[in-house]
Ligand binder design. Structure first.
Ligand code: FAD
Length: 291
């Protein structure tokens, strides 16, 4: 099922993101965790892709398994920045062969140490080039892209970020999933600005349940997200007590999702990080809301 069909639906829904194993030995335990999440019947599941391409096979293996054996629509991520045209073409052929219908086209993070390197000779500089290549591949993929309510860390300003986002949409992105955010007002302001810029595709807010005090620094470093005082207090108080932090983090994410639904958002994507218990707890909190 193409996700654009799902997004036409008026029903409120939750989807979950999982990541593939980095090693062969971790495959079975990761597969099991993704299956437990699939059994919860989310509207779809996305499977991330290692920036260096190291987990590309597993991305497809996990996505295929969830779709074939649990009937959950999947979204396979693909990055391009540290790849050659040849490798990306191979990946696209693998996706076609695996029957992948939905692809998240990403640039990927610039590999550590190359942030200031001359990129002029790189095959891919932006996700835009990957979106074009997927469109020209002859496969009828439904293509998604990433967007940043608090602007991408490399962008000079929001105006520029939205200008490039619009180019990505015009090249063929049919929906956009947001980076995590912890203050819904940032999302509402962003939505206002992108609609004003003429971007009309569905925007799927991404919510990260922070269930472990140690996760906070890493999540903030990766995303550059603003931490509202209400969230900081919660981490200060419960961050060193694992069970309490988990409960508080799930409650905070649930609260964000309820507010999004109450304000007209229909589809929310949860960065569930291969944690079936967290995905299950959020769904349980929303059981009557989701119906
Ligand atoms: P782009 O859209 O290329 O944007 C990157 C920067 O370049 C922005 O500052 C943008 O404004 C600028 N830009 C864009 N186009 C142009 C242009 N034509 N000219 C000049 N500047 C331009 N990473 C992974 O490695 N694997 C994953 O599976 C993964 N999944 C993700 C899922 C989501 C929902 C999100 C939000 C991020 C994900 N990431 C993933 C991280 C992502 O790869 C990084 O945030 C990366 O730094 C940017 O990727 P992008 O596709 O947004 O890049």
């Amino acid at each position: 099922m193409k996700l654009t069909e799902l997004f036409k639906n008026d029903k409120l829904s939750l989807s979950f993101e999982v990541f593939p194993p980095k090693t062969d030995t971790a495959f079975e335990s990761v597969k099991h965790a993704t299956e437990e999440i699939a059994k919860l019947r989310p509207s779809f599941m996305s499977v991330t892709y290692g920036a260096g391409g190291g987990t590309s096979k597993y991305t497809l293996d996990i996505a295929k398994n969830i779709k074939a054996n649990y009937g959950v629509p999947t979204l396979a991520h693909l990055t391009c920045v540290s790849s050659t045209h040849e490798t990306v073409r191979e990946r696209i052929e693998d996706m076609k062969a695996a029957g992948i219908e939905n692809v998240m086209a990403l640039r990927g993070d610039i590999p550590a140490g190359l942030e200031n390197a001359d990129r002029s000779h790189w095959d891919y500089k932006h996700a835009l080039e990957l979106v074009r290549e997927l469109r020209e591949s002859g496969a009828d993929f439904c293509i998604g892209g990433a967007c940043y309510p608090e602007i991408h860390p490399e962008s000079a300003n929001q105006k520029e970020d939205i200008k490039y986002l619009k180019e990505k949409v015009e090249a063929g992105c049919e929906f956009l999933t947001t980076q995590m955010f912890f203050d819904n007002n940032l999302l509402y302001n962003f939505l206002y600005k992108i609609r004003e810029s003429g971007i009309t595709v569905p925007i799927i807010p991404g919510i990260m349940p922070i269930t472990n005090g140690n996760q906070v620094d890493r999540a903030i470093k990766l995303s550059g997200s603003f931490m509202p005082q209400r969230f900081k207090s919660l981490v200060d108080k419960f961050g060193t007590t694992p069970a309490a932090m988990k409960q508080a983090g799930i409650a905070y994410a649930t609260d964000q999702i309820i507010d999004l639904f109450a304000n007209g958002i229909r589809n929310v994507h949860v960065y569930s990080m291969n944690k079936p218990d967290v995905a299950e707890a959020i769904l349980r909190n929303l059981s009557d809301i989701l119906g």
